[in-house]
Design a protein around this ligand. Structure first.
Ligand code: ATP
Length: 359
């Protein structure tokens, strides 16, 4: 068993956390959610930094619910490194082993192993102040892993680093985690980081689990507007169901009737019901000759603004004050005329890639 969190509750004056979560042995689970949703609080509860009001926490087969931090068999890496500034790199890494009264010859071997694992061989005698941010975080990771904990907790470990170093270290952390097979809980508010590093993502909202699943499940099948919004750009158009037919699918119209969707048939959906139609900007296809077409899932809009991201050009457009995001690939930018704010743009939405969420 990895970690079992059963009915954990914690109440602060204006915030309650209420979580049930099982994590498999060797699994990397990411807690993802906006600022203030309770990610750090949950990490503090698991590590014992703060006590729970009720519920139980097992790490492996051990019930650690009331155990102090140091006896829980956990390694923790924080966003701000939290290294001991007066100690050099190897003394930082050796810290947990010395606290456990490990024999000094074994400490030496383990520190050498850890320096190699995090690609800091030769850095042992360096002072902490002489390290770059990435090197500090590698040291913090080595320090957390040196005592061979059962569980590794990483609380926004890459937030203080620049974009390039974040990508490099993210890959290194994942590769080390897989090599060691260590059960890991990783906290981030960055959805790209969560998608790329995780075995499973737990989306948190206001102290609760909103949704959990494999990265591609969460991205492609968000169960709520909150999950959809949080997992990357999406469009959310309030619509009413106009017709449901097994052969022709579901017809929906936006509130003022400007946008019509025809989506694949789904039972349980009834005429007159109201839903949000969600779709991602990349699931649209911009047409260069579509101005006079009228089929369903075809949207004609006015461009409000454009943003170029290198791999694609994104448009924010308006259909009578309903804002919709669409995009074209960089290759299409080169092949087509440049679209500018004020221009009209026509695009279709892939019906297979739309999902309905109740309101
Ligand atoms: P961030 O991404 O900004 O770090 P988070 O998801 O980690 O946010 P938490 O730090 O867990 O969120 O905070 C969740 C809520 O609990 C916040 O509203 C915070 O103000 C509140 N909170 C946390 N610790 C305490 C405390 N000791 N006393 C009172 N409220 C607290």
């Amino acid at each position: 068993m990895g970690v079992s969190i059963k009915n954990i509750r914690k109440s602060f004056k204006d915030f309650n956390i209420d979580i049930d979560l099982e994590i498999g042995k060797g699994e990397l689970v990411t807690l993802l959610g906006p600022s203030g949703c309770g990610k750090t609080t949950l990490i503090q509860l698991i590590s014992g930094i703060i006590p729970t009001n009720s519920g139980t926490i097992h790490i492996g087969s051990k019930n650690v619910t009331t155990m102090p931090v140091w006896s829980r068999d956990i390694g923790i890496v924080f966003q701000d490194y939290a290294l001991f500034p007066h100690m050099n790199v190897e003394d930082n890494i050796a810290y947990g082993l010395k606290a456990r009264k490990t024999e000094s010859s074994l400490i030496k071997i383990r520190v050498t192993e850890m320096l190699e694992l995090v690609h800091l061989t030769g850095y042992g005698k360096r002072s902490i102040s002489s390290l770059s941010g990435g090197e500090k975080q590698r040291t913090a990771l080595a320090r957390a892993l040196a005592p061979s904990p059962l569980l590794l907790l990483l609380d926004e470990p890459l937030s203080a680093l620049d974009a390039k170093m974040r990508t490099i270290l993210r890959r290194e952390i994942r590769s080390i985690q897989q090599e060691l097979g260590i059960t890991t809980i990783y906290v981030t508010h960055d959805q790209e980081e969560a998608l790329s590093i995780s075995d499973r993502i737990v989306v948190m909202n206001n102290g609760r689990v909103e949704q959990q699943g494999r990265p591609w499940e969460i991205y492609n099948h968000p169960v709520s507007g909150f999950s959809a919004d949080f997992m990357g750009e999406s469009n959310k158009i309030p619509c009413t169901v106009e017709e449901v037919s097994e052969s022709d699918g579901i017809a929906l119209a936006s509130v003022n009737g400007d946008i019509n969707f025809r989506l694949p048939y789904r039972n349980k959906i009834k005429t007159g019901e109201k839903y949000f139609v969600f779709f991602r900007p990349q699931d649209t296809e911009v047409l260069h000759d579509g101005i006079n077409r009228t089929e369903a899932n075809l949207i004609s809009a006015q461009i409000i603004s454009t943003e170029y991201f290198g791999r694609y050009l994104s448009f924010e457009c308006s259909v009578n004050n309903t804002i919709i995001k669409t995009e074209i690939s960089d290759r299409q930018v080169l092949e087509s005329k440049i679209f500018s704010p004020g221009d009209r743009i026509t695009f279709t939405v892939n019906p297979e890639r739309c999902w309905l969420i109740g309101n």
